[in-house]
Ligand binder design. Structure first.
Ligand code: UT7
Length: 337
């Protein structure tokens, strides 16, 4: 049995300045503020400019998390970075963040779990701490994915939903206590048969192809994410509520024991449906999608910050974060703040 557990000692977030309203989007494609609000709960989202690629957003969030934890990069043993919009096809953002933070030669592991990426990175980081392989780590989720969304009628079902942003936490090892404190448990799951329902096909070197991207791909805009919204919606509700229930049950906790549910912010109707399935009071469910949109790997830490700001996330509170995304992937984290 591991002798260590871990806890969250710092949180930092960063949102780019530019606010993109539904109204602005409706001037470029056949959509409306009313449609976007009713179908998703989103009023506006943030877009980062070219001076703020994903690695920069992630670095800024990490700096704030380090400050919040009252620690410095010299104390950090590892970085776990989640994104689906890296600055480059390779290497990932982990090494860039490591360098930008001025870290020594510590490891920086990129995690590809799309919207579940932060929950997966959280889970992986916790395993390192519990195994005694690290004492203090950074977990970061960051996205500047706005450039891949087309502002046209073909892509409107996807582009209106997403925004840029970043969030990071510091996790620290601590001696195991009775009763248990800090991070209790994590769950990671996926179903690769869901791949066609949400995918950005190109650039890539998939089956039957011997080129990375070609003229036909550009013409057909195969570099745009494609989503079958209803399929994704249905699976998101099912998997997120199942993951939450499973994690609570195996820790002998009930929904009533939770102080806060921090769900991935993809659509307010998904969040409400998960809340209803779990039977949790609506005031215990964190919703901040209105002004961020879906920030993919950054939704969970951004929602943590929203709950801290509104006073609901306080020391000792029992929290469950849960996410679902392309792959299909899902993940959940159960912890005392
Ligand atoms: O983070 C994980 C990844 N993403 C998600 O979890 C998102 C999951 N899916 C969803 O949130 C919802 O399915 C959407 C918000 C994408 C769409 O809502 P919906 O209620 O499932 O609508 P729908 O896809 O069934 O489309 C209804 C209509 C269609 O028109 P017709 O066929 O009824 O004439 C769409 O073409 O709405 C149309 N539509 C739009 N209209 C105005 C789709 N996107 C838009 C738009 N503005 N932006």
């Amino acid at each position: 049995m591991p002798t260590h557990s871990a806890h969250i000692s710092g949180l930092g977030t960063y949102l780019p300045e530019r606010v993109v309203t539904n109204h602005e989007m409706s001037q470029h494609m056949n959509t409306s503020d009313a449609w976007i609000r009713e179908r998703s709960g989103i009023l506006s989202r943030r877009y980062a400019g070219k001076e703020e690629p994903t690695s920069v957003l992630g670095t800024l969030a990490c700096q704030k998390a380090l400050e919040d934890a009252g620690t410095s990069i010299e104390e950090i043993d590892m970085i776990f970075a989640a994104t689906l919009s890296p600055d480059h096809y390779f290497p990932g953002i982990g090494v860039q963040i490591q360098n930008a933070l001025g870290a020594k030669h510590i490891g920086a592991i990129d995690i590809r779990g799309q919207c579940s990426g932060f929950t997966w990175a959280f889970s992986t980081a916790n395993a390192y701490l519990r195994a005694g392989m690290a004492r203090k780590v950074l977990v970061v989720g960051a996205e500047r994915h706005s450039p891949v969304f087309g502002w046209d009628d073909d892509d409107r079902n996807v582009s209106v939903l997403f925004g840029d942003g970043a969030g990071a936490i510091v996790l620290e090892a601590q001696p195991e206590t009775t009763p248990r404190q800090g991070i209790l448990d994590n769950l990671v799951g996926c179903d690769g048969s869901g791949l066609p329902h949400l995918i950005m096909e190109r650039p890539g070197m998939g089956q039957g192809r011997d080129d990375f991207i070609n003229h036909d791909d550009l013409e057909a805009k195969n570099f745009r994410p494609r989503m079958q919204g209803r399929q994704v919606f249905k699976h998101a509700v099912t998997r997120m509520s199942e993951a939450a229930t499973q994690l609570l049950q195996r820790n002998n906790l009930d929904v009533a024991d939770l102080d806060l549910l921090i769900p991935h912010q993809a659509n307010i109707r998904i969040i409400e449906a998960v809340g209803q399935k779990l039977g949790i009071d609506a005031e215990k469910v964190v919703v901040n999608i209105q002004h961020t949109g879906n920030t993919t790997a950054a939704t969970i830490p951004l929602a943590m910050e929203a709950a801290r700001q509104d006073g609901r996330l306080q020391k000792g509170k029992c929290v469950l974060s849960v996410a679902f995304g392309a792959g299909f992937t899902w993940g959940a984290n159960l912890f005392y703040w």
